[in-house]
Design a protein around this ligand. Structure first.
Ligand SMILES: Cc1ncc(COP(=O)(O)O)c(C=O)c1O
Length: 319
């Protein structure tokens, strides 16, 4: 059927250039992972303990064997890459968008590598390495994923519909974050156990309306500002290149729980990456300590020096 001309308007959005315009567009990051597993017919997957539990969804759906591996304090896997067999895949997460050089290093020594760039939207894929993205970790979107891989599944995939998932994104404008937190959680829950779909037209259009350069600059500036003021007390150190665009500022301390409570009391909301790790990893492991004591400080495009100073002031009352 031909497209309607005239009549009422749709939502007015700016036009920009899509950042990942050559990628396969899908409905969620986990389904991009499933797409890889299906297309490559892997029989076993190596996954980090330190990752999001939704990455297990496709593994369970396809009934594939999996094995966790540990990482070191600098995010480097403790793993013998030569043990990856022909029909097995190794998944590495580009933590907080700060691990591009580790990704590069692993890509040289590991076959059947899958890079999870859910936290590294701006990191370009490495040629020949299957790489997935979940843009809603960086922008106000309800769903969507990008995938780089050289094999396209030949089954018909329906197009996702997202317009009913916008309650929290729209409501936050009018009535504030707290009122719509449950709606945000419900949207997240609604993305579980979905079939692989193509990205919705709405999400695709939104991804063609974003000022990617402005967001890159703002995130980098906020990150560097926090780092200037907090690096002395941060147990993590970073190597930031001109291309690095972080998701958050990871601040690792000894009294993370106390500090997190203080931040929340002052309405600075920090997510826990990831609660499931406390169930998966040993109590004396790096990952367990990391999950408890890491503060993922917000540095996104909504904020500038004023908000960064507020965060720093709250932290300095305790540290
Ligand atoms: C590291 C990581 N990988 C993959 C995913 C899955 O992305 P999606 O929620 O788009 O399926 C998430 C979060 O949900 C994540 O944090």
């Amino acid at each position: 059927m031909s497209k309607a001309i005239g009549g009422y308007f749709e939502l007015e959005l700016a036009w920009s250039e899509e950042y990942h315009k050559n990628a396969i567009r899908l409905n969620t990051g986990r389904n991009a992972f499933e797409y890889i597993l299906r297309a490559k017919q892997y029989k076993k997957v190596y996954l980090p303990y330190f990752t999001c539990d939704v990455m297990l969804e496709p593994i369970r759906k396809l009934n594939i064997e999996y094995q966790f591996y540990s990482i070191e304090e600098n995010f480097i896997p403790k793993f013998d890459f030569s043990s990856v067999n022909e029909n097995e895949a190794f998944v590495y997460t580009n933590y907080f968008g700060l691990c591009d050089s580790i990704v590069k290093g692993i890509s040289k020594v590991c076959k059947n590598l899958i890079i999870d760039n859910a936290q590294a939207f701006y990191s370009k894929p490495i040629k020949g390495v299957d790489t997935l993205y979940s843009p809603r970790k960086f922008f106000g979107l309800s769903d969507g994923a990008y995938l780089y891989m050289n094999k396209i599944m030949d089954t018909e995939i329906s197009i996702d519909i997202s317009y009913k998932r916008f309650n929290h994104l729209l409501g936050r404008f009018d009535l504030g974050a707290e009122k719509f937190y449950n709606s945000f959680r419900d949207n997240d829950k609604g993305l579980a156990w979905q079939p692989i779909k193509q990205m919705s037209k709405l999400t695709h259009r939104l991804l063609t309306s974003i000022d990617y350069d402005y967001i890159k600059t703002t995130r980098r500036n906020n990150f560097l500002y926090l780092h200037k003021h907090l690096s002395e007390t941060n147990k993590l150190s970073f190597n930031i290149s001109d291309d690095t665009v972080p998701m958050v500022y990871p601040y690792l301390v000894d009294n993370g729980k106390e500090l997190k409570a203080k931040l929340i009391e002052n309405k600075v909301f920090v997510a826990t990456y990831w609660p499931n790790v406390l169930k998966w990893a040993q109590k004396d492991s790096f990952e367990y300590n990391f999950t408890n004591n890491l503060l993922a400080l917000p540095i996104d495009q909504r904020y500038g020096e004023e908000e960064m100073n507020r965060i720093i002031e709250i932290i300095k009352t305790i540290i």
